[in-house]
Design a protein around this ligand. Sequence first.
Ligand code: SF4
Length: 244
Amino acid sequence: MEDVMGYVHSVETGGTVDGPGLRYIIFMSGCPLRCQYCHNPDTMKMKRGKMTSAYELLKDIATYRSYFEQGGGGITVSGGEPLAQIEFLRVLLWGAKQMGIHTTIDTSGYLGKKADDELLDLVDLVLLDVKSWVPETYKEVTGVDIAPTLDFAKRLQAKGKEVWGRFVLVPGLTDAPENIKGVAKFVGSLDNVSRMDVLPFHKMGEHKWQQLGMSYRLDNTAPPSPEVLQAAKDTFIAEGLNVH
Ligand code: SF4
């Protein structure tokens, strides 16, 4: 496969939550969503990233192979939105699979139609953010419609592709009982979801919004209490999900 250039925000080695084992994480630039709680708003605009050769990145990834082999890790392509630069993603995934490295993509699923079956065949695990269930809430959170994400989730199920679901609990935004229950029921109905992360809202990215001169709408929102978070997790557990 030929080399492709892409806009990359940054890379991080030693990640432990974005897939199994130790991960080499590639944060791609560019995202069509505008999530209110985004903690990487500097990845939203593609051209803020650095033009990078997929082959150069693969050379760097190759130097970590022994770590992956020992710890059962691999690469996670995150963002931003990895599906926004599909040909760059294809070369990265292909190169990683050539080296026998486990591959994960971390996506909202909104651009799922861009991922053809050949690309999905290069992906071992999909981290799928289901940011809400009630369509109006989904739009309020992300600025876009929920339907493409649901279609992508169903397609991944039809392909038998392993998925870890993700949901961020934001008090006053995503915490309505019908919203939580809707996500839990939908994800619980899929038989290819091996794990569900229910994550508490946090403000770690707030300063980045300020630095970018963008207005941050959640400055008066506090993280959920441990009890409230546990209650949300229980809703997912009740749907038979392996909740973290
Ligand atoms: S999908 Fe991710 S990167 Fe894009 S705006 Fe939402 S949280 Fe930020």
